[in-house]
Ligand binder design. Structure first.
Ligand SMILES: [Zn+2]
Length: 436
C-alpha cells in the first residue's frame, strides 16, 4: 500500500529544516516530497500534525541478550563478560536469549533505530528477534577462544573448543540469515584479548574470502591494552594491523585507550568507530573521538545495550568529546546527527539504509511527538534533537515503507508479552547467580 504523510517537519542530515512537507511512499521507497501534495486514491493518509520526521537512526553496536545485566552491573566497576557473580552468558538457553534479544530489539526499534548491529553468542536468537520486529539488522555471532575467567586474572588460556563452537555458530547464522528478510551478517571476533592470534588469522581469511566486514571491540579497557602488550608486545590497534585487519572494513567498538600513534594508524586506515559514549562515560572513560575523526576515522554512534536512546547518545558524544578535548566547539549537533544516520549507513555494508529521506531512497523514517515540550522550539532542528531530544519522543517508525511502530507500540509483536517474558527470564537467571 502507498502511504501519504501529510504535514511533517522534515529534517535530514544535509538539509535545512523544512516545515509543512508531504511525503509519498510507494513500494518501500520515497516517491515524492513536496508541499501540500494531493494524495492518490487508495493512499493511506496520515496527518503528522507538524511532527518532526527524521531518517531512521542506525545503532551500530549492541549485544541485546546482555539486557540480562542492565541496571545491575553499572555501579560495580567491572565488565560482566569477565566476571563471576552475575548471570553468565553461557547460562542462557536459546529461548532465554531470544526473550532477552526481543526486549533489546524492541527497545531499539521503538527508540527510532531502523537499522541495528547486534552481536553476541546465540546469534540465531539475535537474527530471529530482529526478524520478528522487522527492522534492518546486521548480525554477528560473537567468536572467542580465550577463557575469560582466566583472562580476568591475567592468564592466557586458550579454549579451542570454545573457539570452534562460537565460529561454527557465527558461520551457521551467516549461511541461514544472510539476505533473508532485512537481515545480513558480519564477522564478530569479541576482542583482541579474548581471541588468540590464530583465531584472528582465521577471521581475516574468512573476511578476505567473503568480503564481510569485521566488527570487534578495540582498546575498551586498560586491561586489554596491558594484556596485548604482555601477550603480543603490541597495542591492540597494532595487533589488528599486523593481522591485516586494520582497514576500511573494520568496525571497532569503543576505541578508548589508544595512543597518538594508534589513533593516526586507525585514521589512516579509514577504520569505522562504533562510539559508545554513554557506556564509556559510565565506566569513567571518554574515547578520543575528535582526534579519531580528525585522523580520518569514520564515526558511528551506538547505545551498546544501555538505554537505547540515540538522542541521549548524541548528547553524550558531544559532552564527552568536550570533556576530553577541552571546551572546543568543532563538534556540533548537526555532525553527531550524521554519526547516527548517514555516516553508519555509508560505513556499514550489506543493508539498503542511506540515513537520508530522499526521493528514490528507502522509506526508513521516524516521527516524533509534535506536542512534546522538550522538542520546542524547532528552528534549525539539529540542536533541539541532540541537546534536548529523547527516545520517548519517537511515536512512529517505518522501515522500507512498512510501519513497524505506531503510536509507540510495535506492530508485529505484543509489547507487554515481550516485556513480561524477558522479566521472567531475568528473574530466573539472577536467582541462579545469587544462589551460586
Ligand atoms: Zn560491546
Amino acid at each position: 500500500m502507498a502511504s501519504h504523510l501529510r504535514n511533517v517537519t522534515l529534517l535530514t542530515p544535509d538539509s535545512a529544516v523544512r516545515f509543512g512537507a508531504d511525503i509519498r511512499i510507494e513500494e518501500g521507497r520515497v516517491v515524492q516530497i513536496g508541499d501540500a501534495l494531493s494524495p492518490l486514491p487508495g493512499d493511506e493518509v496520515i496527518d503528522a500534525r507538524g511532527a518532526l520526521c527524521l531518517p531512521g537512526l542506525v545503532n551500530s553496536h549492541n549485544h541485546s541478550p546482555l539486557m540480562i545485566v542492565r541496571g545491575m552491573v553499572e555501579d560495580k566497576g567491572f565488565a560482566p563478560a569477565y566476571t563471576p557473580g552475575v548471570p553468565q552468558g553461557h547460562w542462557l538457553s536459546d529461548e532465554d536469549s531470544l526473550a532477552l534479544s526481543r526486549l533489546g530489539v524492541m527497545e531499539m526499534l521503538c527508540a527510532g533505530a531502523t537499522t541495528i548491529v547486534d552481536y553476541y553468542r546465540c546469534p540465531e536468537a539475535l537474527a530471529q528477534a530482529a526478524d520478528d520486529f522487522g527492522l534492518r539488522a546486521i548480525i554477528g555471532g560473537r567468536v572467542m577462544d580465550m577463557d575469560t575467567a582466566a583472562l580476568a586474572q591475567g592468564r592466557f588460556e586458550r579454549d579451542a573448543a570454545l573457539g570452534e563452537a562460537t565460529l561454527k555458530a557465527a558461520l551457521d547464522v551467516q549461511a541461514k540469515w544472510d539476505g533473508r528478510g532485512r537481515i545480513t551478517t558480519m564477522l564478530a571476533p569479541h576482542a583482541p584479548d579474548s581471541c588468540s592470534r590464530d583465531m584472528f588469522r582465521e577471521i581475516a581469511a574468512l573476511a578476505a574470502q567473503s568480503g564481510k566486514q569485521v566488527h570487534t571491540h578495540l582498546s575498551q579497557s586498560q586491561m586489554e591494552v596491558d594484556q596485548l602488550r604482555a601477550r603480543e608486545g603490541l597495542t591492540p590497534t597494532e595487533f589488528l594491523d599486523d593481522l591485516g585487519l586494520l582497514n576500511a572494513d573494520l568496525i571497532a567498538a569503543h576505541c578508548i585507550f589508544m595512543s597518538d600513534s594508534d589513533i593516526a594508524r586507525f585514521g589512516a586506515a579509514r577504520g569505522i568507530v562504533a562510539h559508545a559514549p554513554i557506556g564509556n562515560a559510565s565506566f569513567g572513560a571518554a574515547a578520543p573521538i575528535k582526534a579519531l575523526r580528525d585522523a580520518g576515522a569514520r564515526i558511528t554512534i551506538c547505545t551498546d545495550t544501555k538505554s537505547a536512546d540515540m538522542f541521549e547518545a548524541m548528547r553524550m558524544a558531544i559532552a564527552s568529546a568536550r570533556w576530553r578535548a577541552g571546551m572546543s566547539f568543532d563538534l556540533d549537533a548537526a555532525e553527531v546527527f550524521g554519526w547516527a544516520t548517514t555516516s553508519p549507513a555509508a560505513a556499514l555494508k550489506g543493508h539498503a539504509a542511506t540515513g537520508r529521506i530522499e526521493v528514490g531512497g528507502p522509506a526508513d523514517l521516524i516521527l516524533l511527538d509534535p506536542d512534546a515540550p522538550n522538542l520546542r522550539p524547532v528552528i534549525d532542528g539539529f540542536g533541539i534533537l541532540a541537546h534536548s531530544g529523547s527516545a520517548a519522543n519517537v511515536t512512529d517508525v517505518m522501515v522500507e515503507g512498512e510501519w513497524l511502530v505506531r503510536d509507540r507500540r510495535p506492530t508485529r509483536m505484543d509489547m507487554g508479552a515481550v516485556v513480561a517474558e524477558a522479566q521472567k527470564v531475568a528473574e530466573k537467571l539472577w536467582a541462579r547467580a545469587r544462589a551460586a
